[in-house]
Design a protein around this ligand. Structure first.
Ligand code: TRP
Length: 452
């Protein structure tokens, strides 16, 4: 069993892999459209505050649990607390990994297909493209296959090595597209949209949306960072590594904004188009550029790269669980769990061609994929994050967690005390408010208090 458990070759390798997990569709697809519909710069500003004050302290808590125990989320809870209901929190994380992977892989499959679509059928809409089950299902399967092949090779040879190659590629491709966009006449309006805040459009609901987005973007709430942290040696500096991961993730989200909005404003697209922003609006923007099909292909290559390093982390969490706790081989684990994610994701892949799946709704989300995202990508992550804050702050104890953060680094006792305040009070309260805002009764309650 010990041989199956890997360790990062270097702290830099860990930072790249964890940043790879964090940087994904959340940064390049979701962040721009959420920022676009929430007024641009003001949302970006609030987002940055949420990352620094809520997400970062919480990230430290996942990393400290992971490295202290050297186990998957369930094993980590067992190691710290013995048999107790807390291992169910780890179990929720493992389950959430499979479930997010199932629908996230469908969107990633579209992104991959769009690389070729820009040459073959540039005028086709996302609706027509995804409603072709003979295209959408194989693309989804192919994307899961890539993910399985990376995770099968293990922590160092698979996850770390692919991140070392893919993350620099992603950055170079993004910089190319940013330069292309910024050199279009009229691009400055897009830059202004991102840097000149208009705080009159901000409501408390904007803050909660920003916080939810920041949690998803940093891969928090389901123990992905417990798992990645468990492969770190004791000599690694957890707080600085965590800060680097957050900086990379936030930097890429901002760069995604600078990649999309200048081109969008220059060529007359609507920033508040919502989820279709990058699949519908952006391709039309690219079409108006010289060599637009190539630009579009580059964009969807980089989107696929970002998505792959994220699906890898979603698969690694359940895989580490069965490898550690059930003593399965890594090879068997990746195929069985990858297969389960495929089965679970089929309805999401078939939704565009199946009216019954489109009309499903739950708590205001409509369509199978959106319902899955609400349940697993919002509610479950929020519940997991809130319980892990409470666990770290009050049950395991922030001093014990703080000692793990100090090991291998230079965090002072005073800093641990400040961090303890965040993890015991501020973080769980804000996460609770985000959760409340997802439910109609909660949203009404918050509104009656003047929040949300
Ligand atoms: N953070 C990734 C993104 O922005 C998605 C992701 C990967 C994720 N692993 C996760 C989200 C774990 C929550 C939890 O696209």
């Amino acid at each position: 069993m010990q041989q199956e458990r890997g360790q990062w070759q270097s702290t830099a390798g860990f930072i790249l892999a964890a940043a790879g997990s964090a940087i994904g569709l959340g940064n390049i697809w979701r962040f721009p459209y959420v920022a676009g519909t929430n007024g641009g710069a003001a949302f970006v500003f609030i987002y940055l505050v949420c990352v620094a004050l809520i997400c970062l302290p919480y990230l430290f808590c996942e990393l400290s649990i992971g490295r202290r125990t050297g186990r998957n989320p369930v094993g980590a809870m067992l190691a710290l607390k013995g048999k107790s209901p807390w291992s169910l929190v780890g179990g929720l994380g493992v389950l959430t990994g499979v479930c997010i992977l199932s629908y996230y892989g469908v969107i990633a499959g579209w992104a991959f297909g769009y690389i070729f679509k820009s040459f073959v059928a540039p005028a086709m809409s996302l609706g027509d493209f995804s409603a072709n089950a003979l295209v959408a299902v194989p693309l989804f399967a192919l994307f899961l296959l890539f993910t399985v092949l990376v995770v099968a090779r293990g922590v160092e040879k698979g996850i770390e090595k692919s991140a070392r190659i893919l993350m620099p590629m992603l950055l170079v491709l993004m910089l190319l597209l940013i330069v292309r966009g910024l050199t279009l006449p009229g691009a400055m309006k897009g830059v202004e949209f991102l840097v000149k805040p208009d705080f009159s459009v901000v409501t408390p609901a904007t803050v909660l949306a920003a916080l939810g987005q920041a949690f998803f973007s940093l891969s928090l709430g389901m123990g992905a960072m417990i798992t990645y942290g468990s492969y770190l040696p004791k000599s690694a500096n957890l707080p600085t590594s965590g800060v680097w991961v957050a900086l990379f993730d936030t930097g890429i989200a901002l760069l995604a904004g600078f990649m999309i909005f200048p081109a969008l404003f220059a060529l007359g697209g609507n920033p508040s188009s919502g989820p279709p922003l990058i699949f519908e609006v952006l391709p039309r923007v690219f079409e108006q550029m010289p060599m637009g099909a190539v630009v579009a292909a580059v964009f969807f290559i980089l989107l696929s790269i970002a998505a792959l390093t994220s699906t890898v982390s979603l698969l690694e969490v359940p895989v580490s669980y069965v490898v550690d706790e059930k003593r399965w081989s890594r090879k068997k684990s990746v195929w069985v769990i990858g297969g389960a994610a495929f089965a679970l994701g089929l309805p999401a892949a078939l939704e565009p061609s199946t009216p019954a799946l489109q009309s499903m709704s739950f708590l205001g989300a409509t369509g199978f994929l959106s319902v899955m995202d609400l349940i697993w990508g919002n509610i479950s992550l929020g519940v997991g994050a809130m319980l892990l804050c409470i666990f770290t702050g009050w049950v395991w104890g922030f001093r014990n967690a703080g000692a793990e953060l100090q090991q291998g680094g230079t965090m002072s006792d005073g800093m641990v005390k400040v961090w303890g305040l965040f993890i015991r009070f501020i973080c769980p309260i804000f996460i609770f408010l985000v959760l409340l805002s997802l439910f109609p009764f909660g949203a009404r309650f918050l509104a009656s208090l003047g929040i949300g």
